[in-house]
Design a protein around this ligand. Structure first.
Ligand SMILES: C[S@@+](CC[C@H](N)C(=O)[O-])C[C@H]1O[C@@H](n2cnc3c(N)ncnc32)[C@H](O)[C@@H]1O
Length: 186
């Protein structure tokens, strides 16, 4: 069994419904910092704004999509859209973090209007490895990995291993995999 907790609503499909029920199960009190990999058209950023996050950093590899999102959020000084590969972005941003952070890992190969890095088309394992290194108290972070269906069980187990020693719970919720301290579960 990969997951410690499994919550599945067959009615919920992938896409922007991914974060729909997450506030029913997770307690985001005290979290104001949202870090996303894979901006695409800004769906995750909009979710963060609608859920009271006041500091948002998101990175998008595709230059056209990056330009689109930068323009979309240019009036909000609390939102920074980056045009970097997720590995470079996460490595840099984790050195500056000093507060409770929600990480939304969603940078992976997808539709033809987007991009991916051929060296790591599905970088979730590398992203988890970066986050599991001691940059800040991982117990004060919530890590949400979108599109669980695209990862096989070996891949998921490898992700889980990164956080097992830190005591984080592994939760499946409507096609997302969540790693967090159980104090953040409702
Ligand atoms: C599934 S979409 C993201 C959807 C978005 N998070 C949302 O909630 O609406 C994946 C995005 O990740 C980007 N991407 C893929 N590989 C990447 C990488 N290595 N670094 C940064 N962005 C990447 C793609 O160009 C694409 O726009």
């Amino acid at each position: 069994m990969i997951y410690d907790i499994y919550i599945d609503d067959k009615e919920v499909t992938h896409g922007n419904l991914h974060l729909k029920r997450i506030t029913e199960y997770l307690n985001f009190d005290g979290f104001s910092n949202f870090v996303e990999t894979g901006t695409y058209k800004g769906g995750g950023v909009k979710w963060a704004l609608n859920n009271n996050f006041t500091k948002v950093n998101s990175t998008e590899l595709n230059e056209g999509l990056y330009n689109e999102s930068s323009k979309l959020f240019e009036d909000n000084i609390n939102i920074i859209i980056h045009n970097k590969d997720t590995v470079e972005f996460l490595t840099e941003i984790t050195t500056t973090l000093k507060e409770k952070t929600v990480f939304f890992l969603d940078a992976h190969i997808s539709g033809s209007d987007s991009s991916h890095n051929k060296n790591h088309p599905n970088p979730a394992i590398i992203e988890c490895k970066i986050l599991s290194e001691d940059f800040y108290d991982i117990n004060e972070c919530i890590i949400i990995i979108d599109d669980a269906r695209i990862f096989d069980d070996n891949f998921k187990n490898d992700m889980k291993k990164q956080f097992d020693s830190k005591g984080l719970k592994c939760v499946y919720l409507d096609d997302t995999i969540i790693f967090c301290n159980e104090k953040y579960l409702k």
